[in-house]
Design a protein around this ligand. Structure first.
Ligand code: SF4
Length: 365
């Protein structure tokens, strides 16, 4: 039945029969005009690969510093060292936050920050040790591949050395940030002072080889073209086939407010919900059978659109996002309880489940 409805779309035909989609298939689907059909095939693929359970983690977000040596055009979070509202958490403040995370029932702490030009590697090692000492069960998901790469340059240690030392200090896994879009034609226009796409991929590959699993993100909805999205997804797929180290893909909608891209009028409004759904559906179809978790970051979408995205290929809501500051800096409301997320999932007739960092189910609702 579905085969008849998709008409002459070769790419959707391949997706339905479970074949891997090519670069050209991806471009076709980014331009395919029947969004409902694209979403229906992505939904069908999600059912086959991930079932009807929608997962989320109880996550506590800790942004240890907003001081950053880079100045990305897409970022509203960074401050220069010495700015009035610049901050860096002290060991005591980290301890306090861990205690809050514990009280909230968080199972993981998600830690990212700016590229601080003066913090030594020992600061990060101490951070991990404080967390593990105060809350041994809390999984530490910390530092993006971009931060690790910067730290390697700053401290003149190899990426492998940095990762090994942090793993010894308690690092469990890594968030997927800093990936943005890998393609050099677009990356140079949205980030300034951050590693290249290839350097990000090489860094995360080394993490995977050391047994440190990670997420991966894709920042879209700014000045990219369809080819940049498809290129990004294919590079993720290639690395996943090699290492198997990615846990989930989190497509991140660009949040406009207070960024240089907005101030320079390079982007005047956020992308449409229709585009959001297309990106989620394409992510599901391009990565099918290679990376079967596609996360819908409700903080960026709002809860209503997140519900729709779960019917367009998504199978995960990321997490509660307590204390998320990066999207808050760009004007988005954040934080939700596990029960609220479970209700969101029940409202669309799917089965909510709390998961851990690695997608093991902790509790069904
Ligand atoms: S995106 Fe990250 S690296 Fe770029 S300016 Fe913001 S905090 Fe710094």
């Amino acid at each position: 039945m579905l085969e008849q409805l998709i008409g002459d779309s070769q790419a959707l035909g391949k997706a339905i029969s479970g074949e891997e989609l090519s670069y050209n298939d991806g471009i076709e689907l980014m331009n395919y005009d029947n969004l409902h059909m694209l979403g229906a095939v992505a939904d069908l693929t999600r059912k086959k690969l991930a079932g009807s359970t929608v997962t989320f983690a109880a996550s506590y977000y800790m942004n240890y510093t907003n001081v950053c040596a880079a100045s990305c055009q897409m970022c509203a979070f960074y401050r220069k060292d010495g700015a009035d509202d610049a901050y860096t958490l002290t060991p005591e403040q980290i301890e306090q936050r861990v205690s809050i995370a514990k009280d909230m029932g968080a199972t993981e702490v998600h830690i990212v920050g700016g590229f601080h030009p003066k913090l030594p590697l020992e600061y990060y090692e101490e951070m991990m040790r404080i967390i593990k000492k105060n809350h041994p069960q809390l999984k530490i998901k910390a530092l993006t591949a971009a931060e690790i790469f910067y730290l390697s340059k700053l401290t003149k240690n190899s990426v492998k050395e940095i990762l090994s030392r942090l793993k010894d200090a308690g690092l469990d896994s890594m968030p997927g940030g800093g990936a943005e879009l890998f393609h050099p034609d677009i990356r140079g226009k949205i980030v300034r002072g951050k590693c290249s796409g290839q350097e990000w991929l090489d860094t995360i590959e080394q993490a995977h080889n050391l047994g440190i699993k990670s997420n991966v993100t894709m920042l879209y909805g700014h000045i990219e073209k369809p080819e940049h999205i498809v290129d990004h997804l294919i590079k993720i797929r290639q690395l996943q086939k090699k290492t198997g180290g990615f846990i989930t893909l989190i497509p991140l909608k660009f949040s406009l407010d207070n960024t240089e891209l907005e101030q320079e009028h390079l982007v005047n409004h956020e992308c449409s919900s229709v585009y959001d759904l297309r990106v989620i559906a394409l992510s599901r179809l391009m990565l099918a059978n290679t990376l079967n978790n596609i996360s819908v970051y409700w903080v960026a979408y709002g809860k209503k659109l997140a519900q729709v995205a779960l019917s367009n290929g998504g199978n995960d809501l990321v997490g509660t996002a307590f204390s998320e500051e990066i999207y808050r800096a760009a004007g988005k409301p954040t934080a939700s309880s596990v029960d609220e997320l479970a209700t969101m999932v029940k409202e669309i007739g799917m089965v909510p489940a709390q998961r851990d960092t690695y997608f093991n189910i902790i509790k069904k609702f």
